[in-house]
Design a protein around this ligand. Sequence first.
Ligand SMILES: O=C(O)CCC(=O)C(=O)O
Length: 286
Amino acid sequence: MRQWTSCGYQFNTSTERFGELRSSNDILKDGQALSERMKDDGYLFLRGVLDNDLVLEARHELLLKMAVNNQIDDDYLINEGIDPSLKTEVDQTSYREGRAVRQLAHQGEMTEFYETFFGKQVQAFDFIWVRIVGVGVSTGCHYDWVYMGRGSKSLHTSWTPLGDVSKVEGALAILHGSHKFSGLISTYGSIDVDDERTNQKYGGWYTQNPVEVQEKFGGRWLTTDFEMGDLVVFSMHTMHCSLDNNSPNNRIRLSLDTRYQPAGDETDERWVGESPMAHGAEAKRG
Ligand SMILES: O=C(O)CCC(=O)C(=O)O
């Protein structure tokens, strides 16, 4: 079997420790069943549920902006999204505010899904995380709570690949069972990165090594070869990371992560409003 890595660390790919995400398409329209599965598994994987035209539009919108900012290799078609050798740092505000990106994240199938799942009206965070993940890059193991845990206890994350994202191109991985690691949830899983920024070894990640969590707490890493239109939804205390992007064609991995809660719940003030404050010195309390 092929060796998969995150932050350069190899996964244990034995069947007990590594496998494929389970699809929940069979219960897509059943809010009660979705909610029970989330309680059991800590995630929901939905194949091909988003409007492909809209996903493609969001992808094009981003790639065009990236092309203007010299963030893709212009020897190739823009839509290929090939990593250039020279890296350019760009303020992403205009990326997350694009019309197609916002429509994908805040309307249509996405909102309909959450209305079914919560059984009530939905509020999305205004802030949208756009992931432009170059070759050799990945995300370390973490709970989202540490970044956005000041509001609703029912907050959930959507991870949306903007195009096909195979394992080798840096797919997301979920640690099945991690939403029940009470010893980890009550310690690392209860911090707030803005309040405790200086104590954070990896800027809020628990570790870079996916095997380290399993050795301490157990669980099974699950991932898949994602296709355009797929969606993964998970709880604030579901540990996740991404595989290293080792694209043989040097393709950048593009995805969105976005957040949703029942309307009327308390909100984390960092991520809502016209110009969300986000992380930083101003977000530290006390
Ligand atoms: O896409 C990634 O690399 C990280 C995504 C993530 O951490 C999230 O969706 O919460």
